[in-house]
Design a binder for this molecule. Structure first.
Ligand code: PMV
Length: 319
């Protein structure tokens, strides 16, 4: 049996952050998270069964076995579930920097999970695809769905929480380097949990912030969502920094300061930062053009991408 499928998925940005895994197997988050899936940036992935061994090509470069371990484990799961005899060839391309905290693993594993499942002839629903994506990267479970998405701690898959229309929003992605990050999120979380004097405080605080953010979002309260998103990111990074895991560079701090200055001058703008040095700014659509100009002029910010809430993973073709 051979088959192929092409899937497209978008990154998401977590408003309430996931940082830390539950002890044991299975890649389950220790805290709940809430994200918005972004349109504008995308990963496109083709999976074709018919090879003697799994092969993963990302952005034109074949990955080394150590780099493709999570993708191959995901493909093995699909192979076992479908009775597929062959192995898979994967070709994936991002239209934004890879592995630098721009959530390439989220869109990457969401697109891979959907393309792998469909190309193997499995008729899984979105929750099952999300569960599969989560096993490789928990944030990827959220990119399977569009709009505002929640990944609870007591469930295996993410679930849609509110449509795009619930909170009009623009996310300005301020790119501060094109280089890959030095510490991946799995290692960053592990070291934080093992060594940070603030790990326990983070694990206690994150679910509370998550609940508050969930309420603010459902109430359509932009300012409160913004405040809580910035607070969640800063608390996450404070716990990591205390363990020596510093994802920020000088431009990260300058961009954060610029966001706070805009706010002090009356523009509701809020910052969030994932496991990398880029700063993502949440603004009202009406403030986006002006805020973008401000962020472009921050020293060290090389470009500013504009993203809006968007759709979940989708199939482009299959046979
Ligand atoms: O799922 P991972 O391994 O890509 O980790 C994601 C971690 C953060 O981006 C920092 C937070 C989040 O909830 O997306």
């Amino acid at each position: 049996m051979s088959g192929q499928a092409v899937a497209v998925a978008h990154p998401n940005v977590a408003l309430s952050k996931y940082w830390g895994k539950k002890p044991g197997q299975g890649n389950f988050p220790a805290v709940p998270s809430l994200s918005v899936t972004l349109a504008g940036l995308q990963t496109r992935t083709r999976v074709r069964w018919g090879a003697a061994a799994h092969r993963v090509v990302l952005g034109g470069r074949e990955l080394e076995p150590a780099e493709s371990a999570r993708a191959r484990a995901l493909l093995d799961r699909v192979r076992d579930a479908s009775g597929q005899q062959q192995h898979a060839e994967v070709e994936s391309k991002n239209d934004f920097p890879t592995s630098s905290g721009l959530a390439s693993s989220a869109s990457g594993f969401a697109a891979l999970a959907l393309a792998a499942v469909r190309s193997a002839g499995l008729d899984w629903d979105a929750s099952k695809v999300s569960d599969l994506a989560r096993s490789a990267s928990a944030s990827a479970a959220r990119s399977v769905f569009g709009g505002f998405v929640e990944l609870p701690v007591d469930e295996a898959s993410a679930r849609p929480l509110a449509p795009v229309s619930r909170l009009p929003l623009v996310v300005l992605v301020c790119v501060t380097t094109e280089a890959p990050k030095a510490v991946g999120s799995t290692d960053g979380m592990r070291v934080t949990m093992e060594r940070s004097p603030y790990a326990k405080a983070w694990l206690e605080q994150a679910p509370r912030m998550h609940e508050q953010l969930r309420e603010a979002l459902l109430a359509g309260d932009f300012a409160r969502v913004g405040e809580l998103s910035e607070a969640s990111a800063l608390a996450m990074h404070a716990s990591a920094i205390a363990a020596g895991i510093v994802y920020w560079n000088g431009a990260t701090i300058a961009a954060l300061a610029a966001v706070r200055q805009m706010r002090a001058a009356g523009t509701p703008a809020y910052a969030t930062i994932d496991a990398g040095p880029h700063v993502k700014v949440l603004v009202h659509p009406g403030d986006a053009a002006r805020a973008r100009e401000t962020m472009k002029s921050v020293p060290g910010v090389s470009r500013v991408l504009e993203a809006r809430p968007g759709d979940g993973a989708r199939l482009e073709a299959s046979s």
